[in-house]
Ligand binder design. Structure first.
Ligand SMILES: Cc1cc2nc3c(=O)[nH]c(=O)nc-3n(C[C@H](O)[C@H](O)[C@H](O)COP(=O)(O)O)c2cc1C
Length: 430
């Protein structure tokens, strides 16, 4: 089986107990589980035969299908105790177990914010697997009814991370917001690397609303700048406009000057609630694009070089798994998420760094108005741009790509930054 195939996750439906029991027994048979005495093996078979009645009692069961074929199952007692996890031998070692764990950890963290751990009594043969996906031993090996097991825990709170899952869904639809090109450069590098690994990738702009329908097999990338320790309202609006996730994998990459306040946490929450499966989040430090008195050319070049190397390795790791999507800095990330959706910070940014049009320099090319993602720039009857400060998000796109330096900050020696030419910016989404 190739690594990239159609996966579907579904809750076990009434009457499916027998099929799931078969899968469990075949899996145990294939692994020649050595933590069972003969008495334990019989007890386990009885336990497996009672899956349907445990469903009725309130245990939850999530099943994974590969191209429509039942390939694995996880059973949870309450939100935080794994009581069974089995993958059919034909689909072993394909990352399905870690996907089921990642989804269970994510659901548990969202549904039960007070839960500190996901726990499991790991039988001898499964210990390597649980250790590989981040569980730590938490008790001694014990025997119960002929079955030997050891308590293992996966911390949900310490880093609040979603553990190793890899990108399976194709095509990869990468949606990008960029003010001055840094995020687009990172997105292009990630797209190119994934294509080199054989994945079809489409680069799309967040300036347009998210398509209402996405292919059921695709995975999603969201790439954007950090602003106000969060991101621009245009990006949040795009995220809100995304259709139901239906289990699609999603990763995010942000470019920043160095301070994110863990904005990936609130984003993860929204995406999880929409039904996406967050698999990886990363921020890359890029040149600052705001209020540069003079551009630190050497430092900027070094930052871009480093960030693009990191972006390349991030893309490779997306296919290997092992990346994380952290939960953000408690309180702080939520505060900035709230703040970024009000006008307060954007009004303040504009006050500190107002944008004016120098009509002497303006060549009336309309670029600024055509590309303003916030609709803050319009044209007067003579085609000179007019700024509406109440809508501006200070993303610096108009300043960065003005061919004549006509958009400027009055009274401040602020050198505009852009990571690429206007033609490269426009050509990226054709
Ligand atoms: C208005 C504004 C606010 C910003 N706020 C932050 C911030 O809070 N933290 C940070 O690390 N970088 C911040 N930055 C820097 C940008 O995130 C960084 O330069 C980014 O790479 C720009 O991406 P882009 O070229 O795709 O627009 C801010 C930039 C602007 C213009």
């Amino acid at each position: 089986m190739s690594e990239i195939q159609k996966l579907e996750f579904k809750n076990m439906a009434p009457g499916q107990g027998e099929a799931v029991q078969d899968l469990v027994l075949q899996s145990v048979e294939a692994t020649q589980e050595n933590g069972f005495t003969p008495q334990g093996r019989a007890a386990f078979q009885r336990y497996a035969a009672a899956i349907e009645s445990r469903r009725v009692m309130g245990y939850s069961h999530e099943l994974v299908y590969v191209c429509g074929i039942l390939a694995g199952m996880i059973e949870l007692k309450g939100p935080d105790r794994i009581s069974m996890l089995y993958i059919h031998p034909d689909y072993a070692n394909k990352g399905l177990g870690s996907r089921l764990i990642a989804r269970a950890a994510s659901r548990c963290a969202e549904m039960e914010p007070k839960a500190r751990h996901l726990t499991v009594y790991a039988t001898d043969n499964s210990i390597n697997f649980y250790e590989r996906v981040g569980f730590a031993r938490s008790g001694s090996r014990k025997e119960n009814g002929g079955i030997f097991s050891t308590l293992y825990k996966l911390s949900l709170k310490a880093k609040s991370t979603i553990p190793s899952a890899k990108l399976h869904g194709t095509p990869v639809e990468i949606f990008v917001f960029t003010g001055t090109g840094n995020s687009l450069l990172a997105a292009q590098t990630i797209a190119e690397t994934l294509r080199q690994e054989g994945l079809p990738v489409h680069l799309r702009t967040m300036d347009e609303a998210c398509p209402r329908t996405l292919s059921s097999e695709c995975s999603i990338g969201l790439i954007f700048p950090i602003a106000c320790a969060s991101t621009y309202p245009a990006v949040w609006r795009f995220v809100q406009s995304m259709p139901a996730g239906e289990g699609r994998e999603v990763f995010m990459a942000a470019t920043c000057g160095g301070f994110t306040a863990g904005m990936q946490g609130p984003l993860r929450k929204i995406l999880t609630e929409k039904g996406y499966e967050p698999i990886a989040a990363k921020a890359f430090v890029m040149p600052g694009n705001y209020n540069n008195k003079t551009l630190p050319v050497d430092r900027n070049e070094a930052r871009v070089k480093k960030a693009l190397l990191e972006a390349r390795s991030f893309a490779c790791d997306l296919l290997k798994g092992g990346l994380e999507w952290g939960g953000g800095i408690p309180v702080l990330s939520g505060f900035f998420h709230w703040l970024a959706q009000t006008r307060k910070p954007w009004n303040l940014f504009y006050k500190i760094f107002p944008i004016s049009v120098d009509r002497e320099k303006c060549v009336r090319c309309k670029r600024c108005a055509d590309n303003c993602p916030a609709g803050a720039l319009t044209l007067d009857p003579e085609n000179y741009p007019v700024m509406n400060p109440a809508l501006c998000q200070s993303c610096q796109r108009c300043v960065g790509f003005c061919p004549a330096g006509a958009l400027h900050v009055p009274g401040k020696p602020a050198e505009p930054y852009r990571a690429m030419s206007y033609e490269e910016f426009k050509g990226a989404f054709k």
